[in-house]
Design a binder for this molecule. Structure first.
Ligand SMILES: Nc1ncnc2c1ncn2[C@@H]1O[C@H](COP(=O)(O)OP(=O)(O)OP(=O)(O)O)[C@@H](O)[C@H]1O
Ligand SMILES: [Mg+2]
Length: 440
């Protein structure tokens, strides 16, 4: 398939390629679920999403589970539609000093939203502003709003709302999330100016991330209506973007998965995968996905294996500034098998030997199985969770007998914004939208 692409899109693609790769290929072999619609979101004055003109599956008589866009429509009222001026005010006009980070699609700012009734402290949020706008950017923005509008789990980040403006001065797409004070796992593992996270905290972070992924792969029950009866089945969600920068951390280092712009509904029935153009981040994507476009929950497991090695070693999946043999993390660790004597040489020196060797070996073996070339031989996420729980047990047993120092008490400060505050905001947003509608 030939893709028409404008100059500004090329510029956008180039900037994205700093972190992401986009390989386009013929999608004619797509399964039936691939072309489902992404409905327009409220207050999106114009949408050029080709997806929005595609038909959706009917909810009433199909024996298929409802799709995420269909489920989103029922929960849409929970998302707050922010105005651009509100978000400008919240971030002091997107002040650089408030910038928390930058990804392939734009910058993330810390912001303060005024409480709906004007009383009490402002609510601290994180606002992601998409840099430029292309079809890929819009699709991801819609997917993010829909998936996070439907999915709910303690280990997934909360999306409070969004802003979409198609004005004379261009098109703006923004997302408003709960603020995660400790930023991302990436910031702690690789940024030498941030204190290293201790062993036990690493284990609890990766366990929480696995539990978030278990919810995506196995925990989402959806209703299936047929003419005769109504039953439930699991809807698999493939996350497609598991990496350390997408594991955000709250004040107590509780991890929450973020960035659902690439998420996809998994295959239905006997199918092992969906076929799609590979989109993702170098170093984390499964080989069968990169070469064949075969996407399955086991592709997420592969990415999980990469992050497990990042946690063990404190090294990035890809580090260009190291000697050639050390640049690719997965190649490098192969020289230090989990059962060998030299295994401990790969462990992050910033841990200062404060870790359980048994647990580390167990995790390296788990990582190796996640990285299996054959997707079917990789463990399920439930099996991953079990092994991680066992590694935590190893650590506790070892620490009661010797080497591992006590866990530094994490700052148990007040959460930045409570669920109660978020709900209050949502109720107010719904009222505000109703009064706008009444005035119109
Ligand atoms: N809700 C949030 N609260 C606090 N900090 C955040 C939040 N979301 C993102 N950040 C910070 O902003 C950084 C950039 O995030 P972003 O998701 O835009 O890019 P990325 O994940 O690094 O890369 P990519 O665009 O390839 O996914 C994160 O690494 C994190 O430090
Ligand atoms: Mg991210």
């Amino acid at each position: 398939m030939r893709i028409k692409i404008s100059l500004s899109q090329i510029r956008e693609e180039l900037s994205k390629m700093m972190k992401c790769f986009y390989i386009f290929k013929d999608k004619s072999s797509r399964s039936g679920r691939e072309g489902r619609s992404a409905p327009e979101l409220r207050n999106t004055s114009k949408s050029n999403s080709s997806a929005s003109s595609r038909p959706t599956r009917s909810t009433g008589s199909s024996s298929m589970p409802r799709s995420i866009p269909e489920m989103y429509r029922e929960k849409e009222h929970n998302s707050i539609v922010f105005s651009l001026s509100e978000l400008r005010e919240a971030t002091n006009n997107f002040n650089k000093l408030l910038r928390l980070g930058e990804g392939g699609f734009g910058s993330v700012y810390k912001g303060k939203i005024r409480p709906p009734d004007g009383k009490g402290d402002p609510i601290v949020v994180a606002i992601k502003k998409l840099n430029t706008y292309g079809l890929q950017g819009h699709k991801e923005w819609v997917a993010e709003v829909q998936f996070l509008g439907v999915l709910e789990h303690p280990n997934l980040v909360k999306l409070l709302g969004y802003c979409a403006v198609d004005g004379e001065r261009g098109i703006q797409r923004l997302l408003v999330y709960e603020y995660m004070p400790k930023k991302s796992l990436e910031d702690h593992l690789f940024n030498r100016t941030v204190p290293a996270i201790p062993w036990r905290t690493r284990l609890h972070i990766i366990l929480g991330a696995a539990q978030g992924m278990a919810y995506l792969h196995e925990g989402l029950e959806v209703q299936v209506n047929t003419r005769l009866n109504c039953s439930c089945m699991n809807l698999k969600v493939i996350y497609r973007d598991f990496k350390s920068s997408n594991v955000l951390l709250d004040n107590n280092f509780i991890p929450k998965l973020s960035d659902f712009g690439l998420a996809r509904e998994g295959p239905i029935g006997d199918r092992s995968h969906v076929s799609t153009a590979p989109v993702g981040t170098y170093g984390y994507a499964a080989p069968e996905y990169v070469t064949e476009g075969h996407l399955s929950t086991r592709s997420d497991i592969y990415s999980f294996g990469v992050v497990l090695y990042e946690i063990l070693t404190g090294r990035r999946a890809l580090e260009r500034n190291r000697p050639a043999v050390e640049q690719k993390l997965l190649e490098w660790v192969k020289q230090f098998p989990a059962d060998s004597r030299k295994f401990s040489m790969i462990i992050d020196p910033r841990l200062q030997n404060q870790y359980s060797l048994n647990a580390a070996r167990r995790i390296a073996k788990l990582a190796d199985s996640c990285l299996n070339k054959n997707a079917r031989d990789r463990p399920t996420i439930t099996q991953v969770v079990e092994v991680l729980q066992q590694a935590i047990k190893d650590t506790e047993e070892e620490s009661s007998s010797n080497t591992i120092g006590p866990e530094p008490s994490s700052s148990r400060s007040k959460p930045v914004a409570t669920d109660k505050q978020f709900n209050k905001l949502r109720v107010n947003a719904a009222m505000r939208q109703m009064s706008h509608a009444a005035q119109a």
